[in-house]
Design a protein around this ligand. Structure first.
Ligand SMILES: NC(=O)c1ccc[n+]([C@@H]2O[C@H](COP(=O)([O-])OP(=O)(O)OC[C@H]3O[C@@H](n4cnc5c(N)ncnc54)[C@H](O)[C@@H]3O)[C@@H](O)[C@H]2O)c1
Length: 219
């Protein structure tokens, strides 16, 4: 039986092929290096080259504050949201160098730019994604490789509903001030930024993390 994620992947492939594009879906757990390598090898084999890498996969930490962090939550968040991003970037860079360049878009979070908007693990990991974004941009910019990140505040996806056994102390602390957020974002709001970073429209931008929060963090 197909999992929810496999169904979503297959629906996306159908949507793209119906619209006249070539698309394949490759199932991969980004926390497992061999699966990431296989996914990228498949893309290169099928299309001859890969020009854009978007690191979007990510999980939350059920808002666990420092005193309540559970080891399994910490390890899961680190392996998916951090090691997963490192595995894909490590694999794609030599290919980008071979073809003369490429672009990487990392999905950070407003939690990666602020202190109190999530649990401890999620805040730490998204700060790390912001740091990795700058490091890759700095080291590989001269190789025509750009790496930028998006820092959304609140977007209606499956993310919030995937929380379970939420830490009530962490949740109360992390949602302080949410009444100052003018509005939530849409999936299209974020996709448009990804498109901007992925293409030559952002040719002179490298190492940036763009807050997508309707000005919430500017307050
Ligand atoms: N929704 C928000 O408000 C929000 C805000 C800031 C940042 N983000 C970030 O946006 C990204 C996308 O999240 P979303 O909001 O679409 O949530 P979502 O839960 O709807 O989607 C997460 C996706 O990640 C995939 N995924 C999870 N674990 C994986 C693994 N081990 N290997 C491969 N894929 C895996 C899931 O299958 C799913 O497609 C995440 O990195 C998240 O941290 C979301």
């Amino acid at each position: 039986m197909q999992t929810f994620a496999e169904k979503a992947m297959n629906n996306t492939v159908t949507e793209l092929t119906d619209a006249g594009y070539k698309a394949i879906g490759v199932k991969a757990n980004v926390a497992v290096n061999a699966e990431v390598e296989h996914m990228i090898d498949q893309a290169i084999e099928k299309f001859g080259r890969v020009d854009i890498l978007v690191n979007n996969a990510g999980v939350g930490d059920n808002m666990q504050s420092a005193a309540n962090v559970q080891d399994d939550t910490w390890n899961r968040v680190m392996s998916i949201n951090l090691s997963g991003v490192m595995y894909t970037i490590r694999k794609i860079i030599p290919h980008f160098q071979d073809i003369g360049g490429g672009t990487i878009v990392n999905m950070a979070s407003i939690t990666g730019l602020t202190g109190g908007r999530g649990g401890l693990a999620y805040t730490a990991v998204k700060h790390a994604v912001v740091g990795m974004t700058k490091n890759v941009a700095s080291h590989y910019g001269p190789h025509n490789i750009r790496c930028n990140a998006i820092a959304p505040a609140q977007v209606q996806t499956g993310f919030a509903s995937s929380m379970e056994n939420t830490d009530s102390f962490g949740m109360e602390a992390a949602t302080r001030g949410t009444n100052l957020m003018p509005k939530s974002g849409t999936v299209d709001d974020i996709a448009n930024i990804a498109l901007f970073f992925a293409t030559e429209d952002s040719a002179y931008v490298n190492g940036a993390t763009l807050a997508a929060d309707a000005g919430w963090s500017a307050y």
